[in-house]
Design a protein around this ligand. Structure first.
Ligand code: RFL
Ligand code: PHB
Length: 388
């Protein structure tokens, strides 16, 4: 098998990259280890930055998103009191879109299968070879048989647990783990608020999000080693109610819980994001804790940057943008790392935090909710940093 761009992984990064390349007339093959149903059901991100929305529309993948996605003009910060952050007012009109990662992936898969190049499910990449040559290869296994995909370029969009990163030698990693995770649930009940609520409480962080007007997505900070099944549905609702408590008549709607799982929290960056003709994109190169809602949006920024660079190479013969790929992406990545870390430490209770640190956390919240400059900084970061 031969192609111009071998793409490992059919998460949002790999799928969008295949679409962008297809639109630019560049052929690609996508290898995905899981089956289609699994990829389409994997419950993850929910918030698309303004720039991500624009990219999906521009790629011809925004039709259902524009019909079914929910435009959100703000979030609420809750810490005994309630404070709304008004995005358009603070950022010159920017907003975000609530449209689940599962739906983004479904839309991109449908387009790829209808119009694009090969998208091979249940095909596991085993290794990337010859990244520093003109003809890198992906060794893969499909239906029990090993084969090789010969490429001009390989893009590792295979997530944190993928194989591509290990083919970048002499890399440096920067990492931080957190002593807590998120217990996330999906519930068949209308969201209890029309915007996301980020709550800081002495008992721990809680987040109210949604998937549609009739499906709620909620998260609770829990110790990192928590077994989701050790939390009964009633205990989850009781705990959510306490952490979201207000002194007005707001109340939490309860409903049947259809899914629950625990996600660990990690900050991670691998530098550089390129070795020869192998490029890393999305979670394969970096992870952010989900508090800032940045993971998927970073993945989109990376593949847009790569597609632009390769299109430029094809049109002009110049490798300049490909050479700049890693540095261009990393600048935005580190801004998102910084913001996600700030949001995480702003809103979670750290085990062993001193009373002094608790007071500082409240002072940071007070600052954001009383200074337009501080609030603007949050609004700009949340709605997204420019790509490239
Ligand atoms: P993915 O989505 O992990 O996709 C990688 C794909 O590669 C496949 N793969 C392989 N295929 C072939 N051969 C191999 N050897 C392979 N190894 C792996 C995998 O099966 C998979 O299909 O990475 P990608 O595309 O970089 O996308 C990244 C995003 O998925 C991730 O950053 C976000 O989900 C993070 N995230 C959030 N991001 C946001 O922007 N906004 C949010 O609101 C948000 N909330 C979240 C999140 C992530 C969460 N979890 C579960 C980690 C909430 C949660 C709870
Ligand atoms: C989600 O809806 O899954 C979600 C929303 C905002 C976040 C993280 C996750 O910060």
């Amino acid at each position: 098998m031969r192609t111009t761009v071998g793409i490992i992984g059919a998460g949002p990064a790999g799928l969008l990259l295949a679409r962008l390349l297809h639109n630019a007339g560049i052929d690609s093959v996508v290898l995905e280890s899981r089956d289609r149903a699994y990829v389409e059901r994997r419950q993850r991100a929910g918030i698309l930055e303004q720039g991500t929305v624009d990219v999906l529309r521009g790629a011809g993948a925004g039709e259902r998103m524009d019909r079914e996605g929910l435009r959100h003009d703000g979030i609420e910060l809750r810490f005994a009191r309630r404070h709304r952050v008004d995005f358009p007012a603070l950022t010159g009109g920017r907003s975000v879109m609530v449209y689940a990662q599962t739906e983004v992936c479904k839309d991109l898969i449908a387009l790829q299968l209808k119009e694009g190049g090969p998208l091979l499910f249940e095909t596991e990449a085993l290794a990337v070879e010859g990244a520093d040559t003109q003809r890198p290869r992906v060794r893969f296994r499909r239906e029990g048989v090993e084969d090789v995909l010969e490429c001009d370029y390989v893009v590792g969009c295979d997530g944190y647990w993928g194989v591509a990163r290990s083919a970048v030698p002499d890399g440096r990693t920067f990492e931080r783990t957190y002593p807590f995770g998120w217990l996330g649930i999906l519930a068949d009940v209308a969201p209890s608020h029309d915007e996301l609520v980020y709550a800081r409480h002495d008992r721990g962080f809680a987040l109210l999000s949604m998937r549609s007007p009739s499906v709620s997505r909620l998260y609770l900070q829990v110790p990192a080693d928590t077994d989701a099944d050790s939390w009964s549905d009633e205990r989850i609702w009781d705990e959510l109610e306490r952490r979201f408590e207000t002194d007005d008549d707001w109340s939490l709607r309860r409903g049947p819980i259809t899914q629950k799982s625990v996600t660990p929290m990690r900050s991670y960056v691998h530098e550089p994001m390129r070795h020869g003709r192998l490029f890393l994109a999305g979670d394969a190169a970096h992870i952010v804790p989900p508090t800032g809602a940045k993971g998927l949006n970073l993945a989109v920024g990376d593949v847009v940057t790569f597609a632009r660079a390769l299109t430029h190479r094809t049109a002009t013969g110049s490798e300049d943008l490909l050479d700049a790929y890693s540095a261009t992406c990393l600048r935005r990545v580190w801004q998102a790392e910084r913001f996600s870390y700030d949001m995480t430490t702003l809103l979670h209770t750290a085990p062993g935090a001193t009373p002094f640190e608790d007071r500082l956390q409240l002072a940071r919240l007070d600052r954001i909710t009383s200074s337009r400059a501080a609030e603007t900084d949050l609004a700009e970061a949340y709605t997204g940093f420019p790509i490239g």
